[in-house]
Write a protein that binds this ligand. Structure first.
Ligand SMILES: C[S@@+](CC[C@H](N)C(=O)[O-])C[C@H]1O[C@@H](n2cnc3c(N)ncnc32)[C@H](O)[C@@H]1O
Length: 340
């Protein structure tokens, strides 16, 4: 039955998490031709050989690894494209975010969210919200911060090119997490005089404890605060994957806070996907509508159509100036706002 694939989804998700946690794909080798016995790998890890074999066999039935029947070498596995992809370190932060504790556990209270239309994700952690859970549990926070940087790093080049940031003096990335976008902007835009990475105080503190400042560029600074209260003065505010985290009312509040600090002639860059029904049969559309469900549950967020975004903006001092679309579909477009 085709539905079994979906019933089984949570097991596959956790199995992949375990594989990457124990670095099995990397240990198997670095090419599609690489072969190794799971017993060998188990010895290297120090885990239970029979258990690892059974997990790899189950994943092989899904096309992640290929089991090779070889009388001389029992429990032999070869890479497939999927298992090889899992050995790519660029991809691992993202993988741990999706399959790790925070996102995975949060789904336990999806029925309550669907009942009420309000995010009940906090309940899965006995907390008021996902953000409260994050503030209390560094492991979950690390999953998100590292995951977001990993996911975002594949998009930066094109976003920085699209944004033409050299036209601005002060750029402030709101909810900038580890500061990777701001680092990229400063590395590529010599005319920007100041780049501020802005995030919640506990996020900035945790990042500083973990890795220190991400950029040694003297133009770079980090500021802790809340975009519901006040933001530093700037003439360009970037918000990548921020507005989609919030319901309409909160999104309007964020834009209203920015309006109090933005310099004359300044711009706001909303960097979120734009949902379009014209795309309905594409993988890209599939990705966005699942992200939308996740956001609804996690934080009452939403992936929006152009019309829905325009509706929010109409309740703020801003207007939509233009849309900057990337060449690659999976890269986020920029909706550019300026004061009315
Ligand atoms: C989905 S992540 C996006 C991170 C980053 N912009 C990216 O695209 O990789 C949302 C970020 O918003 C931050 N955030 C949440 N509430 C905030 C608030 N009230 N003020 C400032 N930042 C906040 C979170 O700490 C988190 O780093």
């Amino acid at each position: 039955m085709e539905l079994h694939k979906y019933f089984n989804g949570y097991r596959i998700c956790k199995a992949i998490n375990v594989m990457v946690r124990f670095e099995v794909p990397r240990r198997l080798g670095n090419s599609l031709e690489s072969k190794r016995s799971s017993d060998d790998i188990a010895k290297e890890i120090g885990c239970h050989a029979e258990a690892l074999y059974r997990l790899m066999r189950a994943l092989a039935s899904e096309g992640i690894f290929k089991e090779i029947i070889d009388p001389k070498t029992p429990r032999l596995f070869q890479h497939t494209q999927m298992s090889l992809d899992l050995s790519d370190p660029c991809f691992q932060g993202e993988l741990f975010m999706h399959t790790g504790t925070g996102h995975y556990k949060s789904m336990e209270t999806l029925p309550e969210t669907i009942m009420t239309g309000k995010s009940q994700c906090g309940k899965a952690f006995n907390e008021e919200s996902y953000w409260h859970a994050l503030a209390k549990d560094k492991n979950i926070e690390n999953e998100l911060t590292i995951g977001m940087s990993s996911l975002s790093s594949r998009q930066f080049n094109e976003i920085v090119q699209l944004g033409n940031f050299d036209q601005f003096e002060i750029v402030c990335d709101l909810g900038g997490c580890e500061g990777v976008l701001m680092k990229n902007i400063l590395d590529n835009c010599p005319k920007v005089k100041k780049g501020i990475n802005f995030d919640q105080p506990h996020v900035i503190k945790n990042i500083m404890e973990k890795q220190g400042v991400i950029s040694s560029d003297p133009r770079y600074s980090q500021v802790g605060g809340s975009f519901f209260e006040s933001v530093p003065e700037a003439d360009c505010y970037t918000m990548k994957w921020i507005i989609h985290d919030w319901n309409d009312e909160k999104s309007i509040q964020i834009l209203n806070t920015i309006a109090k600090s933005i310099k004359p002639g300044g711009k706001v860059y909303i960097i979120d996907y734009i949902l379009s029904e014209d795309d309905m049969n594409s993988d890209h559309y599939k990705f966005i509508v699942w992200l939308d469900i996740f956001l609804l549950h996690l934080c009452e967020g939403k992936e929006r159509t152009k019309k829905e975004l325009l509706e929010i903006v109409s309740h703020t001092p801003f207007k939509v100036d233009s849309y900057l679309f990337p060449k690659q579909k999976l890269v986020l477009p920029i909706t550019v706002l300026s004061l009315k």
